[in-house]
Design a protein around this ligand. Structure first.
Ligand code: AR6
Length: 173
């Protein structure tokens, strides 16, 4: 059974076997968590991303999928890059957002990672409402069949932390 932890702060300061990046399909960096991970992790991450683009993802990593690289200078063994969906307004299908969490845990299992830190995928530049994103994140991790022992959601600010705490509380932790 996977334990869920919540932390408020900067995911690049976390220690975990794998740190998940809310990337975009290009895998070549961006703002938000993505920018922070590449800045603090250093150029080795981008070099791995370029190799993945050349070898396996010429058209980019599809939305809802996940792939691992080195974690460079971060306090982790791997960064798992996943691409969240852009929120399209009320009624948006959360399936691809759920897929990000499921696929990231599947990649973590392939690597043998036992501790994984996630940001709140799609809730920044991609505009997914925090309360709904928290519901999808917590439900999906709880339902996942995975050998990952500890999932830490790293929430950047107080409202994000509150939204995740409400979901974890709602389902019993
Ligand atoms: N640690 C933890 N959470 C953070 C950090 C941090 N250092 N920085 C921001 N957040 P976003 P998305 C929170 O925009 O919505 C990028 O340009 C932030 O407050 O990083 O999936 C990519 O290249 C928000 O709650 O990711 C893509 O183009 C959450 O992390 C696009 O943005 C996610 O915000 C992806 O957009």
């Amino acid at each position: 059974m996977t334990t869920i932890r919540l932390v408020q702060g900067d995911i690049t300061r976390q220690s975990a076997d794998a740190i998940v990046n809310a990337a975009n399909s290009s895998l070549l960096g961006g703002g938000g968590v993505d920018g922070a991970i590449h800045r603090r992790g250093g150029p080795a991450i981008l070099a791995d991303c370029r190799r993945l683009r050349a070898a396996r993802y010429g058209k980019g990593l599809p939305v809802g999928r996940a792939v691992a690289t080195t974690a460079g200078d971060l306090d982790a063994r791997w960064v798992i890059h996943t691409v969240g969906p852009v929120y399209q307004g009320p009624g948006s299908d959360p399936a691809l957002l759920a897929s990000c969490y499921r696929e990231s845990l599947r990649v973590a299992d392939e690597l043998g990672a036992r501790t994984v830190a996630f940001p709140a995928i799609s809730t920044g530049v991609f505009r997914w409402p925090m309360a709904d994103a928290a519901r999808v994140a917590v439900e999906t991790v709880r339902a996942a069949k995975t050998d990952v022992e500890v999932v830490t959601f790293v929430l950047f600010d107080e409202p994000a932390y509150g939204a995740f705490a409400a979901r974890v509380g709602a389902e019993g932790s």
